[in-house]
Write a protein that binds this ligand. Structure first.
Ligand code: GDP
Length: 443
């Protein structure tokens, strides 16, 4: 989502970094460019103005630290201000008597129902909460059914549908069921409209009064840019929200909504929707987002994601094999599978520091997710013996494998070469390990 902005800021800071000492004019010139970059990213004007003024003030008043260059210092100030602008990361508030009511509000199509199920799944798996979901949307015929289907998908209970009940009656029944059946959290998915109207606001406010939610989360679509900020302001004025879930940040939105939300509404973004799949949800970490925007990469997210996705058993098996020096094509395939689970090359690249520019070059060199899929196809077209002992794969076998996987002999050759390189590297690591990485205290 922040690619455009990241690229622009990267260029501005590259220039700054190359200067030995910065004059006030250097900082001013850079800030003029930052201002344009933020406006182009669709950040609201008052937010941009305040941001630039603050950075300038801090940059000029700063003592120049000896250990870092002036350019780096400005980047640090911009980073800290971005974090401030995004607000501190705040968890979903579950501090209330069980069942804790969470009210989901927003416009139709913002991803409200999907997000309700995503949050329910997260509360269930991460917080071990017993969650009940209820749809209060009695207008859209399939709405209650949609939530029920999602509930079945993620293994979260939904309130049985009783035709003819109004939203408040459903909400009360949900809380009552929650109490009687020992639920920790009751999520109430309210009806949306295509645009804001009085009737919608009145209905949501009435549900709020009847249920006294611990959390009223606005679901807003990042792709709608400044409109999302307007929607948030409206809901906040009329209903009072406690936090925001910003969806579709996986699209090509310019990031302005995410950057302006907090400043304009005063309410924190708590969660991000990162895709259509039900587990595509991330808590909002302002410092990491700021790092991502400035192209410093998001190493913390990367590491966390790796820990979450990599199958521990697979990893251990691989480690044992590496110790014995028996790395084969099955292991290579396993690594590819894990890479794919972590969001593929494109997902990973976005999180690595300084990688923004290399990304395009890699695209040119055809190193992409499609290539990984083709390579996996090549390996699965081999026989078991071939995967264990790749040295037996001579010309005729290569032809057969290429035909079987719908690729070319060249691609098969390339994969085998890559495998050789990997195996060589593994051997070196292994030797190093024996020589005593540990003794040198490097582990
Ligand atoms: P509602 O009308 O607000 O309840 O919206 P839905 O939950 O029915 O979602 C509308 C569409 O947006 C569905 O196709 C969802 O799969 C999709 N969607 C929801 N959240 C995200 C997200 O974070 N990223 C992407 N790409 N799609 C999303």
């Amino acid at each position: 989502m922040f690619e455009g902005l990241t690229g622009r800021l990267g260029d501005i800071f590259d220039k700054l970094r190359r200067r030995g000492a910065l004059t006030e004019e250097d900082v001013s010139a850079a800030m003029r460019e930052v201002r344009v970059a933020l406006l182009e990213a669709d950040v609201a004007l008052p937010v941009v103005k305040q941001f630039v003024a603050q950075v300038k003030e801090r940059a000029v008043g700063q003592e120049v630290l000896r250990s870092i260059s002036p350019g780096q210092q400005v980047i640090k100030i911009v980073h800290d201000n971005l974090v401030e602008m995004l607000g501190e990361g705040v968890e979903i508030n579950l501090n209330a008597a069980a069942p804790v009511p969470i009210l989901m509000v927003g416009l139709q199509g913002s991803g409200k129902t999907t997000s309700t199920a995503k949050i329910a799944l997260r509360l269930k798996t991460k917080e071990r909460k017993k969650v009940l979901m209820a749809s209060l949307d009695v207008r859209r015929p399939a709405a209650q059914e949609q939530l029920k289907v999602l509930g079945e998908q993620v293994g979260v209970a939904t309130l049985p549908i009783v035709p003819g009940q109004d939203p408040i009656a459903i909400a009360k029944r949900a809380l009552e069921t929650g109490r009687l059946e020992g639920y920790d959290v009751v999520m109430l998915d309210t009806a949306g409209r295509l645009s804001i109207d009085e009737e919608l606001m009145a209905e949501v406010a009435a549900v709020r009064d009847a249920t006294k939610p611990a959390e009223t989360l606005l679901v807003a679509d990042a792709m709608t840019g400044q409109d999302a900020v307007t929607v948030a302001t409206n809901f906040n004025d009329k209903v009072g929200i406690t936090g925001i879930m910003l969806t579709r940040i996986d699209g090509d939105a310019r990031g302005g909504a995410a950057l302006s939300m907090r400043q304009i509404t005063g309410k924190p973004i708590k969660l991000l929707g990162t895709g259509e799949k039900i587990d595509e949800l991330e808590p909002f970490h302002p410092d990491r987002i700021a790092g991502r925007i400035l192209g410093m990469g998001d190493v913390v997210s990367l590491v966390e994601k790796a820990v979450e996705t990599i199958d521990k058993e697979d990893a251990e098996k691989l480690a044992r094999k590496m110790e014995k020096g028996g790395f084969d094509l099955d292991d290579m395939a396993m690594q590819m599978k894990q890479l794919r689970k972590m969001g593929g090359m494109s997902g990973l690249m976005g999180m690595l520091p300084g990688i923004g520019k290399i990304k395009d070059q890699m695209k040119d060199a055809n190193i992409d997710d499609g290539m990984i899929k083709r390579q996996e196809a090549i390996i699965s077209s081999m026989t078991k013996a071939e995967r264990k002992t790749p040295d037996i794969i001579k010309a005729s076998r290569r032809k057969r494998i290429a035909a079987g996987s719908g690729t070319s002999v060249q691609e098969v050759n390339k994969l085998l070469k890559q495998f050789e390189t990997m195996r060589g590297m593994m051997k070196q690591v292994q030797k190093l390990g024996k020589k005593g990485l540990m003794r040198q205290g490097l582990q």
